[in-house]
Design a protein around this ligand. Structure first.
Ligand code: NAD
Length: 469
């Protein structure tokens, strides 16, 4: 423990003194080279990554390529391509108050970053934030999740092969290691995980006034409206809910299904589940026995309290089949907690306003999905609710859209990731204002007749640009 402690602190120290010098030289070419090294390492390790994910999560290699490796490589390609533009200082206009000056925003690296990752997408949620940290010119310590040990060890090897530890280091371990890391005065913490641990991270960050990005979770609702294309909706919902066995932060947590289409939609959904997972093939496993027990207990309690199972069941060991149920009692754990597993409750509705009220009564979700073709209803849901993102007639893929930021709001998170937004998370956009011929000294004291006249003009000019009434 004492030895580990020294290693952990030594790495942090190395990123302090030596790392500060390295960061000063970490310009465009060096950052692109670092991103290039990471991209090549990920490509070379592709099959080892799929093997590690299969060992930790029982995930099919094709799914790992689709949901982790490819989005990560896309992120790397985007960052390398756009880095010159992101790093370039941005000129900004100042109107009257900026007269005679030149203003620009200069992004500077925040410095030493800590990245804490979860187990559910353990590669992309550890290395994705690293892409942003390197693009921004930060050094980083990554703490992968102990619940995905094969992937954690692989990430440690991969990073050690690519980077000196005073630039990027991986510290493996559980919450005790995370706690020790959180005691150190990092310049930025990028945390992905549960809202409960997000609170712990934010409290720890407060001690050093460290800035945070919190990528959290919660219950993401999905609405199937009366005008939905039912076969299409069933297809997207089945993929979004049951990929990675439902252990996805933006998986639809539960469905609100309009009464008028409930029967055909349920039939379409069950048919789709049977079609895409014949005999459970290609279904990922639950990450641990403890998590499987939690899910089985939630399912059992819901069924004891009157819920009806349309398909699925408790499964065995770490395997759980896709389960769909209805008639869920409102105060059961399945109805109240983030499910984070392959169990999908269906809740009926007849009036969209009741759905909006129910969503607004809970924590702000990370994602909200709506399936319908009624523009007015879609717009009503978007305007009437608050969530990290909205998906219309799709699930999940907003995560990997290169033009969109990713993040939550309220309890589902704060700050944004991906692309330029990820770069900004690890940067301080420093305002720099240069004087060319600023008339401001005319307004300085002593406040004689001339300066009072000038202040009066400034006030009148300012008032002129305000509404008259
Ligand atoms: P978690 O919060 O239990 O753990 C995340 C990380 O925090 C792990 O590395 C863990 O070792 C560490 N940790 C655990 N307890 C800690 C403590 N007391 N102090 C400091 N560190 C601690 O989350 P998880 O179970 O790994 O992941 C599931 C959760 O993450 C879900 O809520 C899911 O919605 C959310 N999630 C969010 C996103 C997103 O991008 N918004 C992505 C994936 C998962």
């Amino acid at each position: 423990m004492a030895e580990e402690n020294t290693v952990l602190e030594q790495v942090f120290e190395a990123q302090g003194a030596a790392g500060a010098a390295r960061r000063r030289d970490f310009g465009l070419a060096a950052r692109r080279a670092a991103l290039g090294r990471l991209a090549q390492a990920v490509q070379r390790a592709e099959s080892a990554i799929c093997d590690a994910l299969a060992a930790d999560l029982g995930r099919a290699p094709a799914e790992s390529l689709l949901v982790e490796v490819t989005p990560l490589l896309q992120d790397l390609a985007e960052a390398r391509r756009h880095l010159p533009r992101w790093m370039r200082p941005r000129r900004v206009r100042g109107g009257l108050a900026g007269l005679g000056t030149v203003a620009r925003l200069v992004p500077e690296p925040r410095g030493r970053a800590l990245i804490i990752a979860p187990w559910n997408y353990p590669v992309s949620l550890a290395l994705g934030p690293l892409v942003s940290a390197l693009a921004a010119g930060c050094s980083a310590i990554i703490k992968p999740s102990e619940l995905a040990p094969a992937t954690s060890a692989l990430i440690a090897r991969l990073v050690a092969d690519c980077f000196p530890p005073d630039l990027v280091a991986v510290v493996e371990g559980d919450m005790d290691v995370a706690t020790r890391l959180l005691a150190l005065p990092f310049d930025h913490i990028f945390f992905t995980g549960s809202p409960a641990v997000g609170r712990v991270v934010m409290a720890a960050a407060a001690r050093h006034l460290t800035s945070v990005t919190l990528e959290l979770g919660g219950k993401s609702p999905c609405i199937i409206g009366p005008g939905a294309d039912l076969a299409r909706a069933a297809r997207w919902v089945a993929f979004g809910k049951f990929a990675n066995a439902g252990q996805t932060c933006i998986a639809p947590d539960h469905l609100f299904v309009h009464d008028s289409i409930a029967a055909p939609f349920k039939a379409a959904l069950l048919a789709e589940i049977a079609r895409i997972y014949p005999a459970g093939r290609d279904l990922a496993a639950i990450v641990s026995d403890r998590h499987a027990t939690r899910l089985r207990d939630m399912l059992a309690e819901a069924l004891n309290r009157g819920a009806r199972l349309l398909t699925g069941g408790p499964g065995q060991g770490r395997q759980m089949p896709p389960s769909v149920l209805e008639a869920l009692a409102p105060d059961t754990p399945l109805a109240c907690e983030e499910i984070f597993g392959p169990i999908l409750p269906i809740l009926p509705f007849s009036d969209i306003e009741t759905v909006i009220s129910r969503i607004n009564a809970g924590d702000k979700p990370l994602a909200l999905y709506i399936f319908d073709h009624d523009r007015a209803m879609i717009d009503r849901v978007i305007a009437g609710t608050s969530s990290g993102a909205v998906g219309v007639n799709l699930t999940m893929i907003h995560f990997s859209h290169p033009g969109l930021p990713f993040g939550g709001v309220g309890v589902s998170g704060q700050g944004q990731a991906h692309g330029r937004w990820g770069f900004l998370a690890f940067s301080h956009e420093k305002p720099v204002l240069e004087n060319r011929f600023s008339p401001a000294p005319l307004l300085f004291p002593p406040y004689g007749a001339r300066s009072r006249r000038m202040i009066g003009w400034v006030k009148r000019l300012t008032a002129w640009s305000l509404p008259r009434r």
